[in-house]
Design a protein around this ligand. Structure first.
Ligand code: HEM
Length: 546
């Protein structure tokens, strides 16, 4: 046989084997698919990609389509991974059972991408190491729910709001010729920056100068309150935090083969990895610096009650915390553990709170009756003095305000999908699935489900009033999942509610607030949470009329 013939035979054989392998894989894939036990409805999957090609944009957009087409419980394939989507409150009972025996205490199935950016063995949200998650979560929970921390939160929010008002006044003076006493603001941009500043100072006792930077971008003059170096460092840090947040979504969703072989994905992956490293280094530096500062502080001097100091001192002779540790948690935290927790607050606490606030502003703009009732509530608590400072004790009295936050969050579902994984084989309504199945709770569908909510599309905060009284409103269990549920429920819930109520009081008591464009529907995009895009408002200081 000639050399050429030998090559032809070889190629022929390779082609034959490849075709046989593909046929075998297809047969195996579809055999598995069609013989699966008690199948759920769902789109027809293709080998290797599964339903991935039908998934565009964000899981939330897709989730809506899935529920409309396949009902309250359905399945999809991401590559070869079978995922179950749930869209009704009674079906999530097991998932949110608040018990350590719960089968759904891990958030997400193994993802190489998340391993690569090192979030699956530390911190909280994506930590897959159960013991490490428990340890971190315990300290995190305790630190941010302490009374001292809550009170401090109100003080910082008040002080920073005043600083922001100075910038607003300056901008208004600059624009007086064109818009008189009113000022037009892009509240979504201001709020992202404002919550960044509040959360940053609360966690690290250092300023981020985020809204001061934004003022500099808008103004003819530059703020003299902070140095140029601080401002540049701050802007870089903020960009770095945003890249980090984007990286979480990117590495969670993008298969490693795409990141390895598709040039545009590869480039983005390398850039984001360098951003993640940069942010980790910045925060590690911050942790080490603070540790040194604590060591240098004389024993008699009080240390500040920020989260970083709490986590660094717990279970050490300088412990500033009250009952942060217990008999099961007796060792101090390592620098890596502290750093992971601090990053967690920044990543989970900024966008969620800022965007919820913007959606509240949008709804109050469209519902003057609701705004009026809210102002009456403020008046009954604070009286006529527009400058009377809000105190922690006021918050529990803000019942209607609380109802507004809940109703806006129901309609907008800031976290539209909650991820969980089955740790052992299980079944839901007689549909069985093995250990390691990804379960996605479609919160936005549950929040709008007609069997849980009367007129679900209607904005009506009063549906949250008078609960717990015999003739009052009843909320179906697990039908309101703004902060999730069970042991993995959002640990920042109280902090977020405190921050939101304080902001509502600060803005609406002092200012008349209107939407610039009443006819424009709310604009938003998704990146793990729902982001409000460019919400323009017009504000007028009420005190100037007095
Ligand atoms: C309006 C504001 C907020 C909303 C709507 C929100 C919502 C959520 C939701 C739905 C979850 C998933 C819960 C689950 O799996 O059951 C979550 C988790 C989490 N949130 Fe929030 N959150 C907000 C503010 C905050 C704040 C201010 C912080 C921190 C200071 C925070 C820290 C966290 C953390 C660390 C987790 C992960 C918990 C875990 O995996 O164990 N959140 N949040």
């Amino acid at each position: 046989m000639s050399f050429i013939d030998a090559i032809k035979v070889l190629l022929w054989n390779i082609t034959g084997y490849t075709l046989a392998l593909i046929t075998f894989y297809l047969a195996y894939f579809y055999f598995q698919y069609f013989s699966r036990y008690r199948p759920l409805p769902g789109p027809f999957p293709f080998p290797i990609v599964g339903n991935r090609l039908q998934y565009r944009g964000h899981p939330a957009t897709w989730a809506k389509r899935l529920q409309e087409e396949y009902g309250d419980i359905c399945e999809i394939y991401m590559g070869n991974e079978r995922q179950i989507w749930i869209s009704r409150a009674d079906l999530v009972e097991k998932i949110f059972r608040p018990s350590l025996n719960n089968n759904y205490l891990i958030r997400i199935t193994p993802r190489e991408g998340l391993d690569e950016i090192d979030v699956t063995t530390k911190g909280i949200t994506f930590n897959r190491k159960f013991d490490s998650w428990m340890f971190n979560r315990r300290f995190f929970n305790q630190a941010i729910s302490s009374l001292n921390f809550m009170k401090q939160n109100i003080i910082w929010t008040r002080n920073l709001f005043e600083e922001m008002e100075d910038y607003w006044r300056e901008l208004r003076i600059q624009s007086e010729n064109t818009s008189g006493r009113e000022l037009v603001l892009n509240i979504s941009e201001w709020m992202i920056r404002f919550t960044t500043d509040v959360i940053f100072v609360m966690t690290t006792n250092k300023r981020a100068y985020s809204f001061a930077n934004y003022f500099n971008q808008l103004s003819n003059t530059r703020t003299k309150q902070h140095s140029e170096i601080e401002m540049v460092e701050s802007e870089n840090l903020i960009k770095n935090i945003h890249s980090w947040l984007y990286a979480l979504q990117f590495f969670m969703d993008t298969p490693s083969l795409w990141r390895e072989f598709i040039p545009s994905y590869k480039k983005r992956s390398e850039y984001l990895k360098s951003e993640v490293d940069r942010l980790n280094n910045t925060f590690m530096e911050l942790v080490k610096q603070r540790r040194k500062e604590i060591e240098m502080t004389p024993e008699d001097d009080q240390l500040t009650p920020d989260m970083l100091t709490m986590l660094l001192t717990v279970n050490t002779p300088r412990d500033i915390t009250v009952k942060l540790a217990d008999e099961h948690h007796t060792r101090p935290l390592s620098d890596e553990e502290v750093c992971g927790n601090i990053l967690e607050v920044i990543s989970a606490g900024v966008d969620t709170t800022a965007n919820t606030f913007c959606f509240i502003v949008y709804h109050l703009g469209h519902y003057p009756g609701v705004k009026e009732q809210m102002l009456q509530e403020f008046n009954s608590i604070f009286g006529d003095d527009l400058d009377r400072p809000i105190e922690y004790e006021d918050l529990n009295k803000l019942i209607y305000c609380d109802a507004i936050i809940k109703e806006v969050s129901r309609l907008m579902s800031i976290v539209p999908v909650i991820f969980r994984m089955s740790m052992k084989a299980d079944e839901i309504v007689r549909h069985n699935f093995p250990a390691g199945t990804q379960i996605n709770v479609n919160t936005q569908a549950i929040h709008m489900h007609p069997s849980h909510w009367k007129d679900p599309e209607k904005f009506d905060p009063s549906r949250f009033l008078n609960q717990g009284v015999p003739s009052g409103n009843r909320i179906t269990k697990n039908s309101l999942l703004i902060f999730g549920g069970g042991l993995r429920m959002c640990p920042g819930k109280n902090l977020a509610m405190t921050e939101l109520k304080t902001l509502m009081v600060l803005l609406y008591r002092k200012y008349d607030v209107e939407l610039v464009n009443m006819n424009e529907p709310i604009k938003y995009h998704y990146s793990i949470v729902k982001h409000c895009d460019d919400l323009m408002i017009r504000i007028k200081d009420k005190r100037e009329k007095q």
